[in-house]
Design a protein around this ligand. Structure first.
Ligand code: API
Length: 258
């Protein structure tokens, strides 16, 4: 089979995107998805995303981690899928689409995508870290000198040690300013550090606001792959109006025999 695909990246979190509106992609073939994401023997990506028709919204996004298994919400992937839908002419500048954790509103202008995330009301404060789910599960831990931190080693230990087989994404964060943070993420399902993790950046912004490290409602989070912003509102202990904002770019398109 000849498979047409597009490669997108959002602050260095990269994805294979496929227009699957005709439902031709073999969705249960975990090995195929993993092989397409393989950086030596395939296209190479942190994940693979199918854009499909949806009866109740503009489109549906189906996300697979690089291990080939269907994943939870991918924030950067969601932003890239909005850019892809705009490129295909499925949407113009404003959309509501369906993802693993339900419906999302998003806008796109000049290559910048603003993705509304689901409200967050449950934030588990633990000794030395915070756990919360922003569409995917996230462990958020403050460190000094995040650029020199052993993200892979420590991230893997926590992902399997503390969170078992189901796992969690693991974010190590450092305060840079009263509204700016740096984060590095060990990503579940990629089982490595990624250059950026959108649901992770969102979790970091909420955790930093909730613990009083910032009182800003627009928070800048520096990832290894670039800058993202998170806008949020806290009312009666619930975070809402959460928007993950940043670039989403088409890198190349191609065909692959598989
Ligand atoms: N690996 C994550 C899903 C993708 C998260 C990340 N790529 C993002 O941008 O949110 C998980 O299995 O929970």
């Amino acid at each position: 089979m000849t498979l047409s695909f597009y490669k997108y990246q959002g602050t260095g979190n990269d994805f294979v995107l496929i227009d699957n509106r005709q439902l031709q992609f073999p969705k249960n073939n975990t090995k195929l998805v993993a092989s397409l994401c393989d950086r030596k023997f395939g296209i190479g990506a942190d994940g693979l995303i199918l854009l499909e028709n949806d009866e109740l919204s503009d489109f549906k996004m189906v996300y697979y981690n690089a291990d080939g298994r269907e994943g939870s919400l991918c924030g950067n992937g969601g932003r890239c899928t909005v850019a892809f839908a705009n490129f295909l002419g499925v949407i113009d500048k404003d959309t509501v689409f369906n993802a693993a954790d339900g419906k999302h509103h998003a806008t796109i202008a000049d290559g910048i995508v603003s993705l509304q995330m689901q409200d967050v009301s449950e934030i588990k404060e633990k000794p030395g870290y915070v756990f919360l789910d922003t569409g995917s599960p996230h462990h958020v831990q403050m460190v000094k000198g995040v650029q020199d931190f052993g993200v892979y080693k420590e991230g893997k230990k926590l992902r399997y040690g503390l969170y078992g087989q189901t796992g969690s994404n693991v974010n190590f964060v450092e305060v840079l300013d009263d509204d700016t943070f740096a984060v590095r993420t060990y990503e579940r399902g990629v089982e490595d550090e990624t250059l950026s993790c959108g649901t992770g950046v969102t979790a970091v912004a909420i955790a930093m606001h909730n613990s009083g490290k910032t009182s800003a409602n627009r928070i800048k989070v520096n990832t290894q792959g670039g800058e993202l912003h998170v806008e949020l509102t806290k009312k009666d202990g619930v975070y809402s109006q959460i928007h993950l904002i940043g670039p989403a770019k088409q890198v190349f398109k191609g065909e692959i025999e598989c």
